[in-house]
Design a binder for this molecule. Structure first.
Ligand code: DAH
Length: 343
């Protein structure tokens, strides 16, 4: 029996001389000593052949072998890792120029939207938000658009099939109702965001696009206040020398108008956006209909206000001379990259 103990002690002594020099050699070392078919395991299995009075001594020897093998394994592993780190540090050339990192850029629609926000925030408007999946009350009913209005038609509006009364908002005007039902006047907000219409996609229109809504509610607000605010915007945005307001109709304003911005006839190569007139149509506006104020719980005898809603895509096309609205949604990086210098 002392033979067996001797074998264990010899293996323990030999172990100290092993110096695996690579991760592979280290793994072989581990398998040889500590693996499921390794030495430690094999000695353990011998235990039952050892006479009872020697079991204790034998067990201690095997345990010592196991502990030393494990310690040796950890020691060499740490040494190999430290070596590898040093080696890779030696390969690092600190004088080499850096790898260029491709920079992202803002989307032209975001840039345009931010410009609009910035211009209005200078005169006291703050940004408000509303959901894109909206209840028809906020999108239509509160905004004085009756049940039988053609805008409510399935042909124009995306309805949510599984949720009666829910739709994809057709304009940002829903935010007017969201704000008026939760805040007290004075109200000065702009609400940028995405809207949806059930339309065929072409060079001029898309089923999803962006708008910025504006709402101003206070005591004794006049049409002249609205006109001057919108003129200021046109000047800041396009450097436009003049605007014109054409009478129009919207269910939520009375009177209503559409606003064109004078760009001049020589600013457009193919007259695409102004159809050769020099006037770019950018928004609808008007004095908030008293019925809308009442629908939203605001006393229309005390308060009045104006509202406007503008499309963003057309302004972006104009600002950046983009020929086709679809380019704004395809998101081809070769197109987007051109805006990396813009903010
Ligand atoms: N919501 C209208 C549209 O999408 C635009 C609009 C017109 C908004 C007049 C307004 C407004 O706030 O007063 O066509």
């Amino acid at each position: 029996m002392s033979d067996l103990i001797k074998k264990v002690t010899e293996a323990t002594a030999k172990l100290e001389q092993e110096t695996p020099a690579s991760p592979e050699a280290l793994e072989n070392f581990r398998i040889q000593y500590l693996g499921s078919k390794g030495l430690v395991k094999a000695f353990m299995e011998e235990m039952r052949n050892v006479p009872n009075e020697q079991k204790r001594e034998f067990g201690q020897a095997v345990n010592a072998l196991k502990q030393q093998a494990e310690a040796r394994f950890q020691e060499i592993k740490a040494a190999l890792e430290a070596n590898a780190e040093q080696a890779s540090a030696r390969q690092l050339d600190l004088t080499a120029p850096g790898e260029p990192m491709p920079l992202g850029s803002r989307h032209p629609i975001s840039i345009t939207m931010n410009r609009i926000i910035e211009i209005f925030s200078r005169i006291g408007f703050v940004v408000a938000d509303g959901p894109e999946i909206e209840h028809d009350w906020y999108n239509f009913t509160a905004m004085n658009t009756p049940e039988d209005h053609p805008a409510r038609d399935m042909q124009d509006t995306f309805y949510v099939v599984d949720a009666p009364g829910m739709l994809l908002r057709t304009h940002t005007s829903n935010v007017q109702a969201r704000v008026m039902t939760t805040r007290k006047p004075p109200i000065r907000i702009i609400a940028p965001g995405r809207v949806y219409r059930n339309e065929t996609i072409s060079a001029r229109s898309h089923a999803q696009f962006h708008q910025v809504e504006g709402l101003f509610i206070d005591k004794e607000v006049s049409f002249a206040d609205m006109k001057q605010t919108l003129f200021y915007f046109a000047q800041e945005m396009f450097g436009a020398p003049k605007i014109r307001l054409r009478p129009s109709f919207f269910p939520f304003t009375e009177p209503s108008a559409e606003m064109d911005v004078w760009l001049g006839t020589d600013t457009e190569e193919n007259y695409r956006l102004t159809k050769g007139t020099g006037w770019l149509e950018i928004l609808g506006c008007g004095m908030v209909d008293p019925q809308v104020l009442e629908n939203c719980g605001i006393d229309s005898r005390e308060y009045s206000g104006y509202a406007f809603g503008m499309g963003i895509e057309r302004q972006a096309l104009r600002l950046y001379n983009i020929p086709d609205i679809r380019l704004l949604f395809e998101n081809d990086v070769r197109m987007l990259r051109q805006f990396s210098a813009a903010i």
